[in-house]
Design a protein. Structure first.
Length: 86
């Protein structure tokens, strides 16, 4: 149980970046653009990223939107691919 708690922040940061891009990861799971293992890998990549503070600062602006994942984001390739296929 403790290991999941360590990833909670990264789960929400991953969702937040996707949402700012106009991508629903829940819908991507449902329509096959993303599988559970891929989603878990994205959260793990986020957990290993040193830029969590940058993401949090971006989310402080309610108008925060993105055309693509930030250049520093370790999930950039995956998120951009999901967005393109959506």
């Amino acid at each position: 149980m403790a290991i999941y708690g360590a990833f909670d922040q990264n789960f929400f940061l991953t969702q937040g970046i996707a949402r700012a891009m106009g991508v629903s990861l829940t819908e991507a799971l449902a329509d096959g653009r993303l599988d559970r293992e891929g989603y878990a890998a994205m959260v793990a990549q986020c957990h290993a990223c040193p830029h969590a503070a940058d993401c949090k600062a971006s989310f402080a602006d309610a108008r925060f939107t993105l055309r693509g994942a930030p250049s520093y984001c370790r999930n950039r390739p995956a998120l951009n691919e999901i967005a393109l296929r959506g």
